[in-house]
Ligand binder design. Sequence first.
Ligand code: NAP
Length: 354
Amino acid sequence: MPPTTTAFFERTSFTNLQETFTAMETTSKMNGVVIDGYGGPEVLKHRSDVDVPTPGAKQILVKIKSAGINSVEGRVRQGLFLTSLFKPQSVMGVDGSGVVEQVGGEVTKFKPGDRVYVVCGRTGTYAEYTLANEDNLYLLHDKLSFNEGAVLPIPYFTAHRALVKRARIEKGESVLIQGASGQVGLACIQIARAFGATTIVGTAGTPEGRNLVMKQGADFAIDYRAEDYKDQMKTAFADKNIDVIIEMNCDTNIALDMDIIGEGGRIVIVGKKGEAKCDPSRLMLKEALMMGSGLRLATEEDRELIARDLYAGVEEGWLRPHINKVYSLEEAGTAHWEMENQRGALGKSIIAVE
Ligand SMILES: NC(=O)c1ccc[n+]([C@@H]2O[C@H](COP(=O)([O-])OP(=O)(O)OC[C@H]3O[C@@H](n4cnc5c(N)ncnc54)[C@H](OP(=O)(O)O)[C@@H]3O)[C@@H](O)[C@H]2O)c1
């Protein structure tokens, strides 16, 4: 198998990680948030004695300025996802932004001082330093702050993959984003518009969420709990074909999505909370497609392409990361508790490390 087709997370397997740690020397200590056994937000413990990793020949040590807080990290913390990478006592966090501190002898793409963001590196990002491979790291545009840079990785990469690689969105198409006020949803609005969608409708459960969805560039924002939800949808799309649905909550919405998707439309499943039940034959006469989208299968080439588009998006002005709330490292447990218990998503929150 060529290197570019190796699955994203497989290359950051725990076996590799162990080899890395065996090969490196621990030089000093740093502040970081570790998973003190799997469980609720209370297992996230701030420590001042976490080992600073030393990069191997092909690795980069990044001084983290801001770490992203992602919904997927709740499952990681509970030991339900990426358990081979995030063992108890590992540093939490899958993305963030910062400055290259040190590079291994075989690194060619980065040098100390580069402003970068990291997408699923070799060690966690809720810390002062993280380790990454060259293909987990991307240059951060000068126009973005480090806090804004920490909003980019997982949400924008996920949204781009769902819309561009999977749905193959085309100019002039109509898009419904189910769960548009969340971090992936907001990124979907900006990317759909940039790729030429003419009608963009987003759903959200709170007035604040719907306001944000409109501010981020949607044409309509609809309450997914409203009784006349389907009528509002018809009005919003003005009887146009719904070409693409990006679905963050497939368990609650998939039957409706299959009802309203237009002829030749594509439903892309990005997230779920529980088990979904549906009748796929409802797609038959519309020749509609239903497909999954998972960032873990993005190849190195796929991710390079996404990073290039995002960099151009900053340059062209359509990419505007929205920060919900800023926490400190000590507040990581609170941040997770709020993410899981407060009603009404408003985009991505981050941890300002420095
Ligand atoms: N496939 C991948 O590679 C990948 C990568 C990253 C994330 N994900 C998944 O993608 C999903 C979204 O992630 P996120 O980080 O954007 O989450 P998030 O920030 O928590 O946002 C969730 C969104 O879903 C909305 N929502 C909740 N219940 C809904 C319902 N019944 N119908 C319609 N919308 C509903 C929320 O609206 P209100 O809060 O306003 O109610 C909010 O807009 C999660 O399931 C996550 O695990 C997948």
